[in-house]
Design a protein around this ligand. Structure first.
Ligand code: NAD
Length: 342
């Protein structure tokens, strides 16, 4: 009997419930998970006047991991504060792991890179103020925060056999804040002689990613740059619906697709579920590493191959990738391919 993990599933808003159901379809038959569904977000807010239930954080903390769909954040004053930011700050999910790849014959560009985004500091601390017609947002960079994200990225690169890691920053202008981030990275990188560590200014990084994405392996960067560059990576791959992510801290971890609620295509059954399936795979990898579970690690690796076969060989593609497949067609195909390999 495989070990069973308690996973809280938040379907989320817009296309969230559709892509999360697709990810469930793929991972449930594996027998590793006890899934508990938890409601939060826009629909919950409209019904109850609160964005999430009272025991929300307790239930997240009690799980081995969380798999979530996108949660919508109303823009501007009013509404409620981002639930995503609330979760990552409350659970101290300091590392945002965003692997993204382009598939041959499917994506405009073929590459395989991992963006490690600092997830709790930078410009996302939510400290903003305004006076008359001036507004200010505080960007916070700490040595502790910089060191732990650098350590996370360097450990990840060395564990996964990457040979190069690039720190992306704007330390030529932001000499103290981004400068501190870069200094911490350079110091820690000396402890990893097997990995070539370099750095790049964020505008040059965007340019080089667009020109030669295949030259990047692991990128470690500050919060805002990581947010933007990972959408660029998804664009190079062909769709936001292709890349999953993990938000990881010392104790807790939350996995989700990189895309948002996709309200324009919600309810039609056409959203690409690959990002959500990759999020589930990253969760499997993470749990396997934390618990030394080799069977789960093996299943995660096969799941990655099943996704690749579905896209590249079977060409079961949703409309964002130029196909006509439905969300659940992709999930069924991935589940079938995975079943053949296990
Ligand atoms: P979005 O990612 O929802 O949509 C951008 C475009 O990409 C849309 O045209 C959409 O149809 C398309 N798209 C996204 N996912 C897709 C998929 N799986 N398959 C096919 N096409 C896909 O971005 P947005 O419109 O800026 O944001 C909508 C809402 O989502 C906002 O309220 C925002 O706050 C929220 N959001 C949440 C998260 C999260 O929970 N982590 C992340 C980003 C945005």
């Amino acid at each position: 009997m495989p070990r069973r993990y308690h996973v809280v599933v938040i379907p989320g808003d817009g296309i969230g419930p559709e892509v999360v159901a697709a990810a469930r379809r793929v991972i449930e038959p594996l027998g590793f998970f006890e899934l508990e569904e938890l409601e939060a977000g826009l629909a919950y807010y409209k019904r109850t006047g609160r964005p999430y239930p009272d025991d929300f954080l307790d239930r997240l903390r009690a799980a081995d991991a969380v798999l979530k769909g996108p949660l919508a954040t109303p823009v501007g004053p009013g509404g409620y504060r981002s639930i995503n930011v609330f979760i990552r700050q409350s659970l101290d999910l300091y590392a945002n792991l965003r692997p993204c790849r382009g598939y041959p014959g499917v994506s405009p560009r073929v590459f395989n890179m991992v963006i490690v985004r600092e997830n709790t500091e930078g410009l996302y601390t939510g400290i903003e103020g305004s006076f008359r017609d001036q507004a200010v947002a505080l960007k916070i960079v700490t040595r502790r925060g910089s060191e732990r994200i650098a350590r996370f990225a360097l450990d990840y690169a060395s564990r996964k056999g990457y040979r190069r890691i690039t720190a992306v920053h704007k330390a030529n202008i932001l000499k103290l804040s981004d400068g501190l981030f870069l200094e911490a990275f350079r110091e820690l990188a000396r402890e990893y002689p097997g990995i070539e560590a370099d750095d790049m200014i964020v505008d040059a990084a965007a340019y080089n990613m667009a020109r030669t994405p295949e030259r990047f392996q692991v990128i470690v960067t500050l919060n805002l740059y990581g947010d933007i560059l990972s959408d660029l990576a998804a664009g190079l791959a062909g769709s936001l619906g292709l890349c999953g992510s993990g938000q990881i801290g010392e104790r807790y971890a939350v996995f989700e697709p990189v895309h948002g609620a996709g309200f324009d295509i919600a309810g039609k059954g056409v959203a690409n579920p690959v990002a959500a399936i990759h999020a589930a795979r990253l969760m499997m990898e993470h749990l396997a590493e934390r618990h030394g579970d080799r069977r789960l690690a093996e299943a995660a690796e096969k799941l990655d191959q099943a996704v690749e076969k579905t896209l590249v060989e079977d060409r079961v593609l949703t409309p964002d990738l130029g196909g006509t497949a439905k969300t659940m067609d992709v999930a069924e195909n991935v589940a079938r391919r995975l079943g053949e390999m296990l």
